[in-house]
Design a protein. Structure first.
Length: 318
């Protein structure tokens, strides 16, 4: 018997992360544990236990030089970010008010743990020795662990662990964290596609999961606020505080540093990239670090505005 895989979780038919996160509407009832057991292992990850087609190999241009510097910094940071997300999500699972939301956030916890694993393990494909993998992850991600990840983790723990604030946790994950980081993940998939196809597939698989996290999270938040309208002002204030936090953290410096390293790789290996277009009508080789970063920022603003309006929280945009 052939198992039917929902299109949004199907490797061949799922929309891109930006399109899916802004256009699809999914609910926790639709995306429960049974859905996950069928759609993810048998759909998104079928034949890709490490997040990518095992036939794909890492080219020698990725094993040293600027591309190596760019991707090791990026993937180490993302591995630690996903690890921290896994740990804080355990408190959101514990505070879930019903079985439906508990099951959904339990599946998201597993998704984030898997993302951490595949980002981390891709460093092995890049030549990092397995016996020093943990140490290397922290070395590559420094100094942005202390300056970016630790403050975000602490704020999430205050909301989800200390205050056991379910709707606050949903907003922190859906709007402040994943909502802000998703466009950068979309950029990553696009820019690595001709250079490190295995990394692009890792990003694509993670993006398929993030569509589910963002759309269901937005629906959970919207319905909570419809049932608990007195929480709206508090949630709006929380979102504004989260946005201010992003402005204060050196996230733009971090992303720009990666893009400068990536740019050096483009100049060194233009023959590998060729005429590949990162978006319609724009060759990757013709882009600059600032242009790529500005584009991801614009995607982030558009996604944030659309999802906040969907949740009835457009007041958070000022």
């Amino acid at each position: 018997m052939t198992t039917s895989i929902p299109s949004e979780a199907d490797w061949d038919y799922a929309p891109g992360l930006l399109e899916g996160a802004m256009e699809l509407e999914l609910t926790a009832e639709q995306c429960g544990l049974r859905y996950w057991l069928q759609a993810v292992p048998q759909g998104t990850l079928r034949g890709r236990p490490d997040g990518y087609d095992p036939a794909l190999k890492v080219g020698p241009h990725m094993l040293q030089g600027p591309f190596y510097d760019a991707i090791t910094q990026e993937y180490a940071f993302r591995a630690l970010a996903e690890e921290k997300a896994t740990r804080v999500l355990s408190f959101l699972v514990a505070s879930a008010p019903d079985l439906t939301s508990m099951e959904f956030y339990a599946t998201q916890l597993i998704d984030e743990c898997r993302h951490s694993m595949v980002f981390r393990n891709h460093l092995l494909s890049l030549g990092v020795p397995v016996q020093r993998l943990t140490e290397a992850v922290h070395e590559f991600a420094a100094p942005y662990v202390e300056s970016v990840l630790d403050p975000l983790e602490q704020r999430c723990l205050e909301v989800m662990r200390d205050e056991r604030d379910f709707i606050g946790g949903v907003v922190m994950i859906t709007v402040i964290l994943e909502g802000a980081l998703a466009p950068a993940a979309e950029l990553s998939e696009r820019k690595w596609r001709p250079i490190d196809p295995a990394a692009a597939e890792i990003d694509k698989g993670a993006g398929i999961d993030e569509i589910r996290h963002l759309t269901v999270g937005a629906d959970v938040g919207r319905r909570w606020l419809q049932e608990h309208p007195k929480d709206k002002d508090r949630v709006v204030a929380m979102i504004r505080r989260g946005m201010e936090m992003w402005d204060e953290l050196p996230t733009h410096d971090m992303v720009y540093d990666r893009e400068v390293r990536f740019q050096a790789g483009l100049e060194l290996h233009a023959d590998i990239v060729g005429d590949y277009e990162i978006w319609p009508g724009r060759r990757l080789l013709d882009t600059t670090p600032q242009e790529r970063q500005d584009t991801a920022d614009a995607w982030s603003d558009d996604m944030k505005a659309k999802r906040l309006k969907y949740m009835g929280l457009e007041d958070a945009l000022g």
